[in-house]
Design a protein around this ligand. Sequence first.
Ligand code: HEC
Ligand code: HEC
Ligand code: HEC
Ligand code: HEC
Ligand code: HEC
Ligand code: HEC
Length: 382
Amino acid sequence: MKLDLPFLPARRVVSLVFLFTFFFICNLQSPGADPSGSDHGVSRADLRRGERFFKGLLPFDIKHESCISCHNLKASDSLNWNPSAMEIAIKYASRDFASFEQVVMSPSGKKMSEVHQGFEIEREDLAHVKSYLDEMVQTGYPQENMEVMWLVGLILLILIVFWALIELIFVKKIKPRIITVVILLGSFGWLTNILYTEAVALGRQEAYAPLQPIKFSHKVHAGLNQTDCFYCHNTAEYSKSAGIPSVNTCMNCHLIVREGTNSGKFEIDKIHYAFDNNIPIEWVRVHNLPDHVFFSHAQHVGAGKLDCKECHGPVEEMDVLRQHSDLSMGWCLDCHRTHKVQFIENKYYSSYKEFHEQIATGKIDSVTVEQLGGTDCMKCHY
Ligand code: HEC
Ligand code: HEC
Ligand code: HEC
Ligand code: HEC
Ligand code: HEC
Ligand code: HEC
């Protein structure tokens, strides 16, 4: 069967693909390319100089570590104690160059004078760095642009695969045909590779550990300093929710502890900022049961006498808190079927006369959550 598609000659398809990409890229660039880049009288060239300096590409005889080796250009989810480039940029966007120069070049505080030691930076270079950081606040993480470029690349690949298929089956203009076959196989292979990597990444949800507004570490607090879980999650024993500590709770200690061994002043300063301006710290929730499920800490920690560890894992070893169990229905039921409740000398169970008698007469030696009704649908579902 031969199908002629006169309205789709190869050349037109190619030019359409390029036109499409061109407009896409133009559209993307518009927010960054608007005059905001030069509103402080800074030229593009100066911004690029600032960027190169920050990344340690300029000057060539640089004596200290580049800024980027400590101040990340992307938000990473493994704990990196240094503030990221964006965090610095936001903090100093509304401040003048003098205060930026002051903090970089005349470090105060223990950590800061350790890491910013012996900086020999020309005033002009540092000014360019400040402009570069100011610009970053306007344009967002460079990585975000990268991700859009990645998407464009993906669309382009798909289009090439389509074009090659159409060329091979219908148009048949390009001779020798092996060229089209190679293009087809190459782009198709690349595409499958990308999709495969993405699909594998999708499965990584169990150890969910979102970025938090402050680099709060359970390892430092519950581990090294052995602060009791209840000091901060003080409603766990008698209420549905375990509770997240308020800024005031942090201030009980951080009124005095102004600097951390790992992060210096930067992170703890955020607590003081929130306290002084009376704004809450917006922690990102890690655990999320669906709305149709009822779960209460009081039943488990208060009545059930369970340790936090049984559900949340070794929290005191985690720098970044992550979800330990999968929170599926099977997980809840498995424990309810097998877990023997601490029945004797527990005021919550004094009303279960029948079980108490059976234990007293030796008929049974333990009671599981299931026997108390812990697998009835209505107990967990509204
Ligand atoms: C000094 C205060 C403090 C102490 C002590 C503390 N926590 Fe936390 N906890 C927090 C803060 C702040 C958050 C929110 C930020 C985060 O998720 O890292 C949190 C979050 C959590 C979460 C995740 C909540 C969510 O969003 O789903 C769990 C689970 C948790 N803590 C368990 C524990 C356990 C178990 C202990 C004891 C081993 C403990 N915490 C000790 C302050 C504390
Ligand atoms: C019971 C006292 C106590 C409470 C409450 C407390 N902290 Fe801390 N925090 C400490 C101590 C002690 C250190 C360790 C200082 C050091 O590294 O020498 C610390 C260190 C830190 C650090 C720096 C870690 C490092 O190593 O650089 C951050 C950030 C921090 N705390 C945030 C918080 C937040 C946010 C809260 C409230 C949710 C909070 N802390 C509540 C005692 C406390
Ligand atoms: C060896 C690692 C390291 C290098 C290199 C480094 N920094 Fe830092 N910088 C840090 C750490 C850690 C902090 C937070 C310390 C603190 O707050 O006590 C910090 C803080 C800052 C702050 C914020 C200070 C504040 O508290 O408001 C600025 C601004 C800054 N750095 C700029 C730069 C610039 C510009 C460069 C490159 C010329 C640079 N840093 C190179 C580690 C580094
Ligand atoms: C039986 C398992 C279990 C035990 C034991 C347990 N938790 Fe939880 N925890 C959960 C589940 C499930 C959630 C999610 C609840 C939701 O999304 O409604 C949760 C959520 C949390 C949260 C997030 C805020 C909230 O209350 O919803 C914190 C904080 C927390 N737990 C701390 C603790 C601490 C501290 C202990 C020990 C005193 C503890 N948990 C014991 C299962 C448990
Ligand atoms: C590690 C063991 C364990 C896990 C995991 C667990 N539970 Fe429980 N649960 C218990 C124990 C022990 C009790 C008994 C406390 C009591 O009688 O109130 C209990 C009691 C309950 C009750 C009260 C039952 C009654 O008879 O009143 C509800 C509701 C409940 N759990 C819901 C859940 C949900 C929802 C989950 C999963 C998100 C879950 N549990 C996960 C151990 C667990
Ligand atoms: C111990 C607590 C518990 C009991 C008892 C329980 N469920 Fe669930 N159920 C859950 C939890 C937790 C989820 C959410 C699972 C998730 O998000 O993956 C759930 C989810 C579901 C869903 C939604 C589908 C899904 O997997 O997300 C259905 C339907 C359901 N349960 C039906 C029932 C029925 C019917 C019963 C009685 C035979 C029952 N459940 C008893 C805890 C329980």
